[in-house]
Design a protein around this ligand. Structure first.
Ligand code: GLU
Length: 292
């Protein structure tokens, strides 16, 4: 089996040291395995994605010495693919239309007996207490009310039966609580996640799962902040009949004060480090990766 991995940034800001760690370690792993390294631009959020960030990302990666197959897949050019995947989920009866506003979702969550806390997409929503009647749904659609498609954990469980609680994935890195080796997927912890957004015909979960399978990705290296999402991705892979890659989650890099790097920290973007004279080797040193 050829080793295929990828770096999949969203062009909503400049890359920082945390991104450099994900990208360079995935690249090194592909090289060591004699495999392939892909770049995928995850720009389904058309309000936040910008072409200038996309070109900055490519410049930074090239400066770091990474090479990838071209052209890079740009998700905004493939909404039709995600729509087909959504139709399959609709056909399976595991998604439903959700007309709730953000505020209503937050209210539903605070009314939960123990408060729901945060999932991979922020506030966790466990689904409606009562299913919406067909008449009401039709009426709302006729009025043109916006809605999102959500993946129902209950309907998925009904469809998959025992398999729902017996899905595993291989973790070769480590989750936030030291999870390693064969890990049991627990997608229901995330609640009914959004599969297609009100303002966008796909969601991160659907597009990433679809594309990793389409591109034959065998290994996924990414930060442990996406570990909770992985549990949802394993469920989507099962529902859509897609293979589950091997995961290598890594710890999030933090600055000297222990705060994790974020796109808003301008000082630690690769562009600003480069401008202040850092070399790619300095970046490798700083993030604790050995030379190529
Ligand atoms: N596009 C996602 C991000 O920039 C990462 C996707 C992934 O590696 O699975 O956070």
């Amino acid at each position: 089996m050829t080793f295929v991995t990828r770096f999949a940034p969203s062009p909503t800001g400049l890359l920082h040291l945390g991104h450099a760690y994900s990208a360079m370690s995935a690249f090194d792993q592909a090289r060591e395995a004699g495999g392939r390294f892909l770049l995928r631009i995850e720009d389904i959020d058309q309000t936040r994605s910008r072409p200038e960030f996309e070109s900055a990302i490519e410049q930074d990666l090239a400066w770091l010495g990474l090479e990838w197959e071209t052209p890079a897949r740009r998700q905004s050019e493939h909404f039709a693919d995600y729509d087909v995947a959504l139709s399959r989920l609709r056909g399976l009866g595991v998604v439903y239309r959700c007309f709730l506003t953000r505020r209503e979702i937050a209210e539903a969550s605070t009314q939960a007996p123990h408060g729901e806390g945060e999932g991979p997409d922020g506030v966790i929503y466990r689904g409606p207490v009562n299913q919406m009647s067909r008449d009401e749904e039709e009426a709302r659609l006729t009025q043109g009310q916006p809605f999102a498609w959500r993946l129902s954990m209950n309907y998925s469980q009904d469809l998959l039966g025992e398999e729902f609680s017996q899905m595993d994935f291989e973790e070769e890195g480590s989750g936030p609580n030291g999870e390693h080796g064969t890990v049991r997927a627990r997608p229901n912890l995330a609640g009914d996640v959004i599969i297609a957004r009100k303002d966008c015909p796909a969601s991160y979960h659907l597009a990433v799962t679809h594309d990793d399978a389409l591109q034959g990705v065998t290994h996924i290296t990414r930060g442990e902040d996406l570990f909770a999402s992985t549990h949802v991705h394993v469920l989507l892979q099962r529902l859509l009949g897609l293979p589950t890659p091997v995961y290598r989650h890594h710890r999030l890099l933090t600055d000297e004060s222990g705060k994790r790097y974020a796109k808003r920290d301008r000082a630690l973007t690769l562009a600003s480090l480069r401008a202040s004279g850092a070399s790619p080797a300095d970046i490798r040193n700083r993030i604790g990766l050995s030379g190529p």
